[in-house]
Design a protein around this ligand. Sequence first.
Ligand code: GZL
Length: 314
Amino acid sequence: MKTLMLGAAMAALSTGVSAQTIGFSQIGSESGWRAAETTVTRQEAEARGIDLRFSDAQQRQENQIAAIRSFVAQGVDAILLAPVVATGWDSVLEEAKEAEIPVVLLDRQVDSSEDLYLTAVGSDLVHEGAVAGQWLVDNKPEGACRVVELQGTTGSSPAIDRANGFRQAIEGTPDIEIVRSQTGDFTRSGGKEVMESFLQAEGGGDNICALYAHNDDMALGAIQAIKEAGIDPGDDILIVSIDAVPDIFKAMAEGDANATVELTPNMAGPAFDALAAYMADGTEPEKFIQTESALYTQDDDPMAQYEARKDLGY
Ligand code: GZL
């Protein structure tokens, strides 16, 4: 093992990056996007000669807290945390700070004080919701448009912020009304089950103009439910969501989905770069390193978008 470690250290030094051991507390594998984030993080670590200690929390905060404590006990050089929910992190982040181990947040935010983490790498989650809402404002049919909403994990920053952003965007369009809203926990199965209950409660799809899903996986599950009800997704019910995973582009090409807002799975690259600078000479990064959010629709050659993403680990 020693020889292996030395080899890794030498390889890392050859790339000008000190050999680092970094703990990664990942939420789980609830969505295609999450799987891609894990794949890309492993690739970015390998490219930098970083020894990545990976923990899958199965979407449970207590498992993430235990993983962080374990990383602290192991004396890792830094910790990556994708926090499943926004609250409840103060004490464990204090422990990492006490141990002088920098923490970088990936793709979600925490309510803790900024001095408890080095930086956060992620998208503007409110803006993502607003882009989705603006697409509906610009593309809804004439007259009243009753919307059902599949929310992300309750208490997570994307669920809170994407809900707020969408509502801000539709505020000036009284024809658009969100009539049902429920969490599908960012999973396909959750999206399917909740969409089935929406359709049952609404007596079918005639009174539903659009679905806004906080991620593509819930939208894809909902599309299945809509089809099984004999309704035409993408036409009878417009579908707008977020992530830009390959399968949503396949759905778009088939006319079953209308729009998605891209979320890059590469949060780790900017995180590792910020850590390298900080650990080399104490360079303090900005507290928020923002990633882009681009809108894609059926007009953007969906199958080309699918081909460009299908091998990225989703
Ligand atoms: C958002 C990210 C979300 C993705 C989902 O930044 O945390 O978590 O949109 C994933 O696919 O479950």
